[in-house]
Design a protein around this ligand. Structure first.
Ligand code: 8X3
Length: 250
């Protein structure tokens, strides 16, 4: 398979790159941080017999997304799986105190960026009459919690778009899946709290969160079901987390 992963420089995206490469799948890795993409490409090509192409661009900018996808050589346009992983939470504040730049960044990445790349890649998949789009949602797309407002709204949008894509792409035989994780320890909370590592650490204190590879393994499983099987959506939580806010800590 040829698999395009957005947000591939860290966390769940990077874990997906590792797991798909280990199984011999060729990759197109997308992200903003070019050096990180190059390092991952070198490491994975050395370890596994795979070809890795990197695309460094800002998914928030529709012209950059279009140019990146158009720049792919013909043989790399036959994408089998699109993993819409790029996304972030910025801030954890009430509506009245929220920072507009945080809201813009989350809406532009989690919703608009996902839409831009999906449109281009879906149009590459349609003539092939096959493909699979895997959207990274969140428990925040299923529930709303205090101060989560805009982040939760963007993930609710991903949940809606996941269902909408499945309807629109049905006649083109393109599968659409959403994976909704609960707490996963990645750079997620460090980014959410503007680099405050101490505050980020506290989020996972006294509990065992999911690891990025737990989610990546599930994505790999969903992507490798037989042609007649589609996983519509899965919500995956740490065993000690029942809802977005109920967690057992020791
Ligand atoms: C991340 C899960 O609960 O921190 O998408 O919002 S949560």
């Amino acid at each position: 398979m040829l698999v395009l992963i957005t947000g591939a420089t860290a966390g769940i995206g990077k874990s997906c790159a590792e797991i798909f490469a280990a199984q011999g799948h060729h990759l197109i890795l997308c992200g903003r941080r070019k050096e990180r993409l190059d390092t991952i490409k070198t490491e994975l090509e050395k370890k596994h017999k795979v070809n890795i192409h990197t695309l460094s661009f800002d998914i928030q900018k529709q012209t950059e997304v279009q140019e990146a996808i158009h720049s792919l050589p013909a043989d790399l346009k036959n994408i089998d799986v699109l993993i819409n992983n790029a996304g972030l939470a910025a801030g954890l504040s009430s509506i009245q105190d929220g920072k507009l730049e945080h809201w813009e960044q989350m809406i532009d990445t989690n919703i608009k960026g996902l839409l831009y790349i999906t449109k281009h890649v879906a149009n590459l998949m349609i003539p092939n009459k096959r493909g699979h789009i895997i959207n990274l949602g969140s428990i925040a797309g299923k529930e709303v919690y205090a101060n989560g407002n805009v982040y939760c709204a963007t993930k609710h949008a991903v949940d809606a778009l996941n269902k909408a894509m499945r309807i629109d792409l049905l006649t083109h035989q393109i599968k659409v899946t959403a994976i909704h994780p609960g707490m996963v320890e990645t750079e997620f909370s460090i980014v959410r709290f503007d680099g405050d590592e101490e505050r980020a650490k506290k989020v996972y204190q006294g509990m065992q969160p999911l690891r990025p590879e737990d989610i990546a393994e599930t994505i790999y499983w969903a992507a490798t079901r037989p042609a007649h099987v589609n996983i519509n959506e899965l919500t995956i939580m740490p065993s000690v987390q029942a809802t977005a806010t109920q967690v057992i800590r020791h």
